[in-house]
Each structure stands twice: as C-alpha cells, then as structure tokens.
Design a protein around this ligand. Structure first.
Ligand SMILES: Cc1cc2nc3c(=O)[nH]c(=O)nc-3n(C[C@H](O)[C@H](O)[C@H](O)COP(=O)(O)OP(=O)(O)OC[C@H]3O[C@@H](n4cnc5c(N)ncnc54)[C@H](O)[C@@H]3O)c2cc1C
Ligand code: SF4
Length: 329
C-alpha cells in the first residue's frame, strides 16, 4: 500500500475544502471497497478525508411521504428499517442480497453507490485496463468477460456496476443529494452513474470533492409490491450476474404502472424503460411480460463469454413480474 495521510474535518464544508486542496485525495466512509483497492494499489490517494461522521446516519420521513436516507446510514440499518421494509421492500431485499452481514454493518449508503467495478483486470495492476489507466487498452474484450456488460458498453470498456442497492434505488427513482465546491445538487440516481463511452475512468457525473450527503426516495404507493431478484454463481457472498428490481401495479387485469431496473448488465444500473413502456396499459399476463423483456434486451450486444446473460436477464424479468402478479391476486 502506498503511504497516505488520514484527515478529519469538523464539518461537510471543511471536508470539501480539504479535497479541493488535494486533487489526488478521496473521501473515506466504511472503507470496505476503497481500502481494498488501496491494498491492491488500484487506488492510490495521497489523502483520505474521513466523512463517515459528517453526514447523517439516520433515515427520516419527508413531507411528501418519501424517505431521506443519510449518506452514512450503514447498509444493515437500511435493510432493517421498518419503513423501508414496509414501503420499499425491493430496497431492503437488494441490500440484503449484497456482501455479508459484517460488511453491511460497516458499508454506507454513499460508499455502496460509489463502489467500483469488480472486473478482474481493473483490480490487477499488471494488466492493461482503460478504466484504471486511460489509453492502456481493455484486457476483458479478448479475455475473461463472463461477468461483464451486455448493454451500453463501449469499445473502451465493458465493465459492469456492482451495487445491488443502486439497482433498487434506480427503479424507485431515488435522488442523490450532494454538496460540492459549487454548492448543492440534486441528481436523479438514473443520471448519477455513466455509460463508459470514451471516458471509462469516470464512473459517475460527480466532480472531484463532491460529497454525497443523502439519498431521497420519493413516495411510490405501489412499491409495497416490489421485489429484487439476483442471479449469481453462489447463493451468498457473490456479485450479480444479472439482477432485477421491479414494482408492479395491476388493476382489473391491466398493468397500471410498473418499474423495472437491471443490474449486472451495464456500466450503470440499467433502468428498463423499454420494458416499462411496453407494459403500461398491457394485459398483466406472462405473454406481456415475455414481450416486454424481449423489447428491453433487443439491443443487447453480448460477447462470446457472456451471451448466456441475455436469456438469463429475460427470464429474470419475467419471473420477477410473475411473482409480483401472484402477490396481487
Ligand atoms: C467480499 C465483498 C463482497 C461484496 N459483495 C457485494 C455484493 O454482492 N453486492 C454489492 O452491492 N456490494 C458488495 N460488496 C461491496 C460493498 O457493498 C461495498 O464495498 C460497500 O457498500 C462500500 O461502502 P463503504 O462505505 O465501505 O465505501 P468506501 O469503501 O469507504 O468508499 C467507496 C467509494 O465511495 C466514496 N465515498 C464514500 N462516501 C462518500 C460520500 N459521502 N460522498 C462521496 N464519495 C464517497 C469513496 O471515496 C470511495 O471512492 C462487497 C464487498 C466485499 C468486500
Ligand atoms: S472492461 Fe473496463 S474495467 Fe475491465 S479491463 Fe476493460 S477497461 Fe478495464
């Protein structure tokens, strides 16, 4: 591990000012991803500014009926929160599908959103990787890419975003609150993470030194009927090959409203807007679910090692929606 300085600030603006003076510095929360990457020398910040105690670790009611999740809320507390479990079960299920109990006790909301890809070449400094070292090449294209993207990838990078929690939050239209040198911002979670394009080194639209302070969940009555499904190599302690977060609202046998997002398929949590558009107003039947899943995956560009993800994603969408339909009967 490269030497680094460890700093505390008294408040949020102090932490932001510290990083403004340290172009190679980073915020530290639970450290469960960042410290691992530092040990591998994938991340080499010269200053760590500890922000864990600067942002809220509480979940609060919002006046509009939604919830505000502080950036420092541990993943365990989020999954166990009574209001989250009752009003947004998909989020609780997604968090519990990730990592382990010990890790979830330490990992935070903001850190979870900003965890980096698990592409094996990104984590191995002896191999070319455009995300780690722009312009060096992408080892995964001709190498091991079984776990990597089938949608929205570029010639520069085919990595996937690893967070399960983010997939549920994208389905719920969550909004990220930040503070930075240019003041506060509210960023829809669907716009926080980027597709790789020509700049795979940038995972998100955040500026250097922009601090996530909270995540807002808007009210969504039918999210009480929502589910998370994760397809992975082992039943626990494994990242998603494909995941689905969905909520379904059916009246008189017709889909009144629906939310679908996919994980493990792209550089960002993938909101399945085509599937949603195909489903709104359609009969709530397996046929409609199959057609919607096919519409979403129509533009998939699998590579030889991950072509299996296309039928797996289609099947996971259909199965999750059928489960939700069953709940409504
Ligand atoms: C063995 C193992 C298995 C795992 N399995 C899964 C899994 O199946 N599914 C899953 O989703 N995750 C999994 N994880 C990842 C885990 O969820 C993340 O490591 C964790 O959520 C990161 O949170 P943290 O608070 O520890 O972040 P840190 O490691 O402290 O930080 C992560 C990043 O966020 C930045 N950051 C932190 N807080 C802020 C803030 N407030 N504002 C701006 N930037 C900030 C840091 O600078 C850093 O870049 C696994 C991790 C391990 C080690
Ligand atoms: S897929 Fe992205 S992260 Fe993986 S080796 Fe290629 S450039 Fe690096």
């Amino acid at each position: 591990m490269k030497p680094f300085r460890y700093e505390h600030a008294d408040d949020v603006s102090g932490a932001i000012a510290m990083l403004a003076r340290a172009p190679r510095g980073a915020f530290l929360a639970g450290g469960t991803n960042l410290v691992d990457l530092m040990k591998l020398e994938v991340a080499t910040p010269d200053v760590l500014v500890d922000v864990r105690h600067l942002t809220s670790d509480r979940i609060e009611e919002l006046a509009d009926g939604g919830l505000r999740i502080g950036a420092a809320v541990p993943n365990s507390d989020l999954a166990a929160n009574r209001a989250v479990r009752r009003r947004y079960p998909v989020l609780s299920e997604a968090v519990l599908a990730g990592a382990s109990g010990q890790l979830r006790n330490v990992a935070t909301t903001a850190g979870n959103l900003l965890q980096r890809t698990r592409c094996v070449y990104f984590q191995d400094v002896t191999t070319p990787c455009n995300k780690r070292e722009p312009g060096s090449g992408c080892s995964a294209r001709e190498g091991f890419h079984r776990e990597l993207a089938i949608l929205g990838w570029s010639e520069q990078c085919i990595a996937t975003h690893p967070s399960d929690m983010a997939v549920a939050m994208v389905a719920l239209d969550a909004v990220v609150l930040t503070q930075g040198a240019n003041g506060p911002r509210r960023i829809p979670l669907t716009e926080l993470h980027r597709l790789p394009g020509q700049q795979p080194e940038r995972d998100t639209v955040l500026e250097h030194g922009e601090l996530i302070t909270a995540v807002d969940l808007p009210p969504l009555a039918f999210a009480t009927r929502s589910r998370f499904r994760k397809v992975r190599d082992r039943a626990s302690y494994a990242f998603a090959l494909v995941s689905v977060a969905a909520a379904l609202d059916v009246a008189d046998g017709v889909v009144r409203d629906v939310r679908v997002a996919l994980g493990g398929v792209a550089h960002k949590p993938w909101r399945a807007t085509r599937a949603e558009a195909a489903l709104r107003g359609a009969p709530a039947t397996e046929r409609s679910f199959v057609d919607a899943a096919a519409a979403e995956l129509a533009d998939a560009r699998p590579l030889p090692g991950n072509a299996f993800k296309v039928p797996v994603a289609r099947g996971a969408i259909v199965r999750t929606l059928l489960d939700l339909l069953e709940v409504q009967r």
